[in-house]
Ligand binder design. Structure first.
Ligand code: HEC
Ligand code: HEC
Ligand code: HEC
Ligand code: HEC
Ligand code: HEC
Ligand code: HEC
Ligand code: HEC
Ligand code: HEC
Length: 390
């Protein structure tokens, strides 16, 4: 009796492995010819050594060039089946919200589709949050390598350029320079050291992209913050919350309680203390926070200047908006003074505080602060010109 069962079992095992081997062979033998790069990458991966084959992720319905449309497109849920911890952490962090945040901007739907869905502009970076999330943003297919994702260059394709040049700032800071000289010696921190502590896939910072937190205890700062919140349309010109506040909440664009903010800051401070003294770290953060406050003072001054032009009828009321400039329309604004205001907000204010938090004096000062001063001067001069012309 037992003999019979084990014989059946043995045959079953033999049969399934034969089928599996054949199936594997079919996908791979053909793709070795038509896309040999993909097969090579897969062969270099841990997956190929652990029986995770083409059909594990793409299904087995597509069997020939004629029915390639039947190949399944793997999603985060495919990966979650075997890597639930990383997928869960990812979903709690900001990367998972990237597609939602992009679509929440008032002018996104007015851009050519190729920029968003086509992933040529905004969508090319924000795809990290598309369809729930793209794990191949840092572990590119089909190598899906841990080493690649541990390299700070894995962050560089997105965290660079106009409004978030973290890669440029870090790589020319003392931390980044030491890292490049000594690589993985561990003496200086890279992006992952500070933002993915112990390999967590949940990324989130205290201030976030816009550097706007809600409750503010510092009275002067609160006043400037309110002006900026009106500028991004979260508060209406009278100071009441608008529907955009719900978008901010859904996209976790800002920390909305003191506890939330402090929790993220404390995690970061703990990282620094692995290599620096308490007081050294505290001084650094006190100075960086103070710089953000100073930047907000310049920003609020500029917004108020442009708001005045609306109030006094020098700028024409926009059909779809109250008497106020809208910073979230970015470059889709009707006058050159508002174009300048957007650059001041998105490029120069960002560089000022992001440079301060990434220990980069040059970005903080010359690409950030100095440019903000110049923007403010030019905005005021242009406002005077517009007034006297009227
Ligand atoms: C006889 C050759 C052949 C076999 C067998 C084959 N493929 Fe393909 N596959 C192709 C070709 C050719 C394309 C490209 C079609 C195109 O570009 O329109 C393709 C496309 C794909 C795509 C991309 C689909 C897309 O929409 O971009 C995936 C994924 C894929 N194959 C996976 C597999 C898997 C998994 C198997 C095994 C279950 C498999 N292939 C078996 C030839 C084959
Ligand atoms: C661990 C899961 C996984 C395995 C195993 C896997 N793929 Fe993929 N593959 C993906 C993911 C993820 C994408 C990107 C899907 C998307 O567009 O978001 C992809 C995309 C593709 C594409 C279309 C994109 C391109 O670059 O042309 C092809 C073709 C493809 N895979 C073929 C294969 C073949 C052949 C194998 C086996 C040698 C294989 N895949 C094994 C996950 C996998
Ligand atoms: C059927 C299960 C399965 C699926 C589905 C799967 N993986 Fe894996 N993955 C594994 C196994 C097994 C390993 C090897 C683990 C080890 O060696 O410790 C692995 C290893 C990895 C590694 C570490 C590689 C290294 O260099 O050490 C990464 C990254 C990874 N997978 C990403 C993904 C991504 C992204 C997806 C979805 C596109 C995915 N995996 C889908 C089973 C799976
Ligand atoms: C494919 C593009 C892409 C890659 C690659 C990428 N990111 Fe991001 N990252 C984004 C986008 C887009 C956001 C904004 C998402 C949102 O807040 O809606 C973001 C947000 C973040 C945030 C949160 C900032 C905040 O608001 O608090 C951190 C931290 C971060 N990324 C770190 C990293 C690190 C570290 C790496 C490399 C290991 C990396 N990212 C790789 C696109 C990317
Ligand atoms: C080069 C890649 C890239 C492009 C292109 C890009 N973004 Fe981003 N975006 C990012 C990264 C990275 C972040 C996070 C930066 C940070 O936190 O400092 C981000 C942050 C954002 C945020 C803030 C999310 C939050 O919750 O804090 C919004 C909104 C946004 N982007 C919208 C857009 C729109 C709309 C476009 C096109 C007009 C665009 N982005 C183009 C990479 C990109
Ligand atoms: C922002 C970049 C980034 C994204 C996006 C990302 N990873 Fe990772 N992943 C990393 C880094 C960095 C490590 C190495 C962590 C460490 O040093 O322990 C890693 C490690 C891993 C490992 C190996 C864990 C271990 O300890 O062996 C797996 C598996 C993995 N990731 C799966 C995923 C899955 C699944 C997704 C999508 C939900 C994903 N990753 C998305 C950066 C990323
Ligand atoms: C020494 C630690 C450290 C390193 C290394 C580091 N960061 Fe940061 N990062 C910070 C701190 C501190 C903040 C501000 C945190 C806060 O709000 O309290 C920050 C903020 C951010 C933000 C939110 C917006 C901003 O810039 O203020 C993003 C996105 C980000 N970092 C990405 C990266 C990327 C990508 C790299 C690598 C190129 C990197 N960081 C390297 C410490 C670091
Ligand atoms: C893995 C260790 C390590 C971590 C973590 C680390 N640092 Fe550093 N840091 C260094 C080293 C090494 C130097 C170079 C020391 C010197 O300038 O003599 C340095 C330099 C600095 C400098 C001086 C920069 C300059 O231009 O001279 C500041 C400020 C700084 N770190 C702040 C921080 C802050 C804030 C954090 C946390 C967000 C942090 N560091 C995390 C190792 C680290």
């Amino acid at each position: 009796m037992y003999k019979k069962i084990s014989l059946v079992l043995l045959l079953l095992v033999l049969f399934t492995s034969l089928v599996l081997a054949q199936e594997k062979e079919k996908c791979i033998t053909c793709h070795q010819v038509v896309m040999k790069g993909i097969v090579k990458d897969w062969e270099a991966s841990k997956h190929s050594k652990n029986g995770v084959t083409c059909s594990t992720c793409h299904g087995d319905k597509h069997t020939s060039p004629a029915n390639a449309n039947l190949a399944l497109k793997p999603t985060i849920e495919t990966c979650a089946g075997c890597h639930s911890q990383q997928a869960e952490q990812f979903k709690e962090g900001k990367h998972a919200l990237a597609w939602i945040a992009m679509n929440a901007m008032p002018k996104t739907s007015a851009q050519p589709k190729e920029i968003m869905e086509g992933e040529k502009g905004c969508g090319g970076c924000h795809r990290i949050g598309k369809d729930g999330g793209k794990c191949d943003a840092c572990h590119t297919r089909h190598k899906f390598s841990i080493e690649e994702a541990r390299n700070p260059l894995a962050c560089a394709t997105c965290h660079m350029g106009f409004d978030h040049p973290q890669y440029e700032m870090w790589s020319t800071s003392k931390h980044g320079i030491i890292y490049q000289m000594e690589k993985e010696s561990g003496r200086a921190p890279k992006c992952q050291t500070c933002h993915m502590v112990e390999g967590t896939h949940r990324v989130m910072t205290a201030w976030g992209f816009l550097g706007l937190r809600l409750p503010e205890e510092d009275k002067k700062w609160e006043e400037w913050r309110v002006t900026i919140l009106k500028g991004v349309g979260v508060l209406d010109p009278q100071g009441n919350p608008t529907p955009r506040l719900d978008v901010v909440k859904a996209g976790k664009v800002a920390r909305l309680t003191k506890e939330e903010w402090v929790a993220e800051r404390e995690k970061m401070v703990k990282v620094c203390k692995g290599c620096h003294s308490n007081s050294y770290v505290k001084t650094n953060f006190d100075n960086a926070d103070a710089i953000l406050k100073q930047a907000d003072s310049l920003m609020a001054d500029a917004i108020t200047t442009v708001e005045g032009l609306y109030k006094d009828g020098i700028l024409k009321k926009q059909a779809d908006y109250p008497l106020f400039p809208d910073l979230l329309k970015f470059y889709d604004v009707p006058t050159s003074i508002e174009q300048k205001l957007y650059v001041m907000f998105l490029e120069h204010r960002m560089r000022t505080f992001q440079g301060a938090y990434h220990m980069n004096p040059d970005y903080m000062h010359w690409y950030g602060w100095a440019e903000m001063k110049r923007d403010l001067f030019e905005i005021k001069e242009e406002a005077d010109r517009m007034r006297s012309k009227k």
